[in-house]
Design a protein around this ligand. Structure first.
Ligand SMILES: [Zn+2]
Length: 322
């Protein structure tokens, strides 16, 4: 239906009908259109500012979900580090102990990444603390896992060499000592047989008749067969794996430097050369450069009962033969 327009005429106090031109009509339509669009746009912007766009809302939800997941991830990384720590402790205190290897040094286990700040590019992120903290944990886990896996490689190779190692570790007494009467004096502070003063005795003395056979106590290579001040005629064997033994005051040698010996092989005979007060064998065990009590290295030829007896006899504070 066609629209009809009137205008009030104050002079005649009547409404006169008017006939707008096409141009006027078009302008009027355009004006209304623009006003409508303006109003619509303003409402849209106000709503957008107040509530955000649907995609923004979606992003915000996703963001908070990601943040929660990041937090969970961070906690789980912490748990993984805890598990790794447990593995490290078992490695140091159990696996490596079995093979008599030193624990992995703390400095290597805890070594970080040196140099520039690796996390610089993360600094300007939203939630930078959380992101950096989590990344650091992941890096730590990575690094420590790598070190742990290297340590296990070492343990595996020790496992493979274990049979050989068992053959090399000093594990018998250096003279036949079935009735144990030949244990004269043990390791530790004792009275010096010549000066009569207390002195540290670095080995164990076995009194035995002159010429009694002296045995290599583990497989190894003879590194000395010669005279040494105080020790007299001495044989020294390097067993590898950090083990070393010394046999002193010998009457003679039955081996030579460079010879490979096996456990139980005769290397010389009991004598009284050097600083000695009677025929005896002075026997020393060194582990990784440290002299140790040989009593802990007879486990292959003593029963538990004999072992106890021997400890008691070796602990006597009588004079040593040196
Ligand atoms: Zn001695």
């Amino acid at each position: 239906m066609r629209k009809v327009y009137y205008i009030y005429n104050p002079r005649t106090q009547t409404y006169d009908r008017i006939y707008p031109t096409v141009r006027q009509r078009a302008l009027s339509i355009l004006r209304r259109l623009f006003i409508g669009m303006g109003l619509g746009a303003s409402c849209f912007i106000i709503l957008l500012l107040l509530f955000g766009s649907p995609s923004e809302k979606e992003l915000r939800t996703e963001n908070s979900r990601l943040l929660a997941q990041y937090n969970v991830l961070s906690k789980r990384l912490e748990q993984a580090l805890g598990v790794l720590q447990d593995i490290q402790q078992r490695d140091d205190n159990l696996y490596r102990v079995i093979f008599m290897a030193d624990p992995v040094p703390e400095a290597i286990r805890k070594a970080g990444y040196g140099g520039t700040n690796r996390y610089e590019q993360l600094m300007d992120m939203a939630n930078a603390d959380l992101v950096i903290n989590t990344t650091q944990k992941l890096d730590l886990l990575n690094r420590q896992l790598y070190i742990q896996s290297r340590s296990f490689d070492e343990v595996i190779s020790m496992c493979k060499k274990h049979d050989e190692m068992l053959k090399c570790i000093p594990a018998i007494q250096p003279v036949s000592n079935k009735d144990l009467r030949q244990t004269a004096s043990g390791y530790g502070t004792r009275i010096d047989p010549i000066y009569g003063t207390t002195k540290f005795h670095s080995g164990m003395d076995f009194s035995a008749p002159l010429g009694t056979d002296v045995y290599a106590t583990g497989d190894g290579v003879v590194v000395k067969a010669g005279w040494e001040t105080g020790y007299g005629n001495t044989v020294e064997i390097d067993h590898g794996f950090g083990y070393f033994t010394r046999y002193a005051h010998l009457k003679d040698y039955q081996t030579r430097v460079g010879k490979k010996v096996v456990r139980g092989e005769i290397i010389g005979h009991v004598g009284s050369t050097g600083k000695s007060t009677g025929p005896h064998l002075h026997y020393e065990v060194h582990v990784k450069g440290q002299v140790v009590n040989p009593i802990n290295y007879y486990f292959m030829d003593l029963s538990a009962e004999d072992y106890d007896k021997m400890i008691q006899m070796a602990a006597n504070h009588g004079k040593v033969f040196d």
